[in-house]
Ligand binder design. Sequence first.
Ligand SMILES: [Zn+2]
Length: 391
Amino acid sequence: MRLLNRILAMGLMVLAGTAAAHAITGEKAEFRKLADDVYAYVGKLNDANAMVVVTNQGVVLVDTGNNQPDTRDLAEKIKSVTDQPVRWIVITQNHGDHFGGSPYFQPGATLLVHDRVAKDLAAMQPFQIKSWRKRFPERTASLDKLKPSDMMMSFSDRMTLNLGGKRIELIYVDDTYNPGDVAVWLPDSGVMHASFAGYKDRHPDIRPDYSHGTTVGMLKQLEAYLALKPKIVVPAHGPVGDIRDLQAMVDYLLLGRQKVRVMMEKGMDLPAIIKDFNMNEFKGWDRGSHFEWMAETIHRELNGQGPQKVELVEASAKGTLGEIKEDGRYFGFRTDDGKDLRLRVASDTNIEGVADRTKLRTGMKGTASYLIPKNFNPALGYDIMEITVAP
Ligand SMILES: [Zn+2]
């Protein structure tokens, strides 16, 4: 066993060495032709990627750009290669950086999602729907009275689109905790968008609440994707790659699980495991900040535990905005009764009083409603549902 470990570690060191050389995408998004009528939109600095398939029955868009400027840029890039409208939007994972650009193309485009994502979208709360309609001011009027679930089709296992002679396969690999991740496979050109499981040069963002799936689920997905032998792989984040990147992620996940397992066998408790856990064999990969949650997630999985249930309590307060960070993504908030809070603007936060989070300023007065997790470290601050500010 020890020998096997050493061989595995040596193989990984070689892999990690090659990965370090191209760990992150450029400072500008790139629109790259991958095959006839197939393009990748490679997000800047490892932001979310998108894929575009042009057919004479409309464009199939796979994910929608990391944020508003990227979505507009992506729409321009599509126009530069075709007059066809975007008719279909495949959502590979239901997170703001993949789904958030959808209102830019709607109504007109139909969302194609897994049943589990359809259920989540149908359960969107009024503040989330309001925020979705307002995401692009130039689109808000056309989305009046509409919500994402008014324009979607969903499937439970696989769906194949045949559009203008092109075959586009949507693949879901079942697992108890797969939140509805979908890969997109183009058998004619050998191009694959590998969904959440297909990270490249970036530590995956798995969490103890299993909101991003589990290592077991990812391994099942990767096994199914590898069997198709893709020539070109578009990952959820990171540079366009190939089948070797899928194999690297398998190695990564197996090594991560093995590390936690060894520490558990030594009798270490969870805080000690979290403290010691690292994936240093993959030096140069982006997002080392994911290690704590990764160790905890693998620990739960190996113990046969289900997802951590995070109990959220709604609260609201009047107060004044303090220091603003990252273009309004985070800010301090001094409540009128003298408490200091740290608040976070999520992709579905509804903001009233200014156009978007970049217009929030220190000293503005406002009312915020937010969510307090009762049994979970709110490392990034409390997520805001709605905030109304006056200058
Ligand atoms: Zn993402």
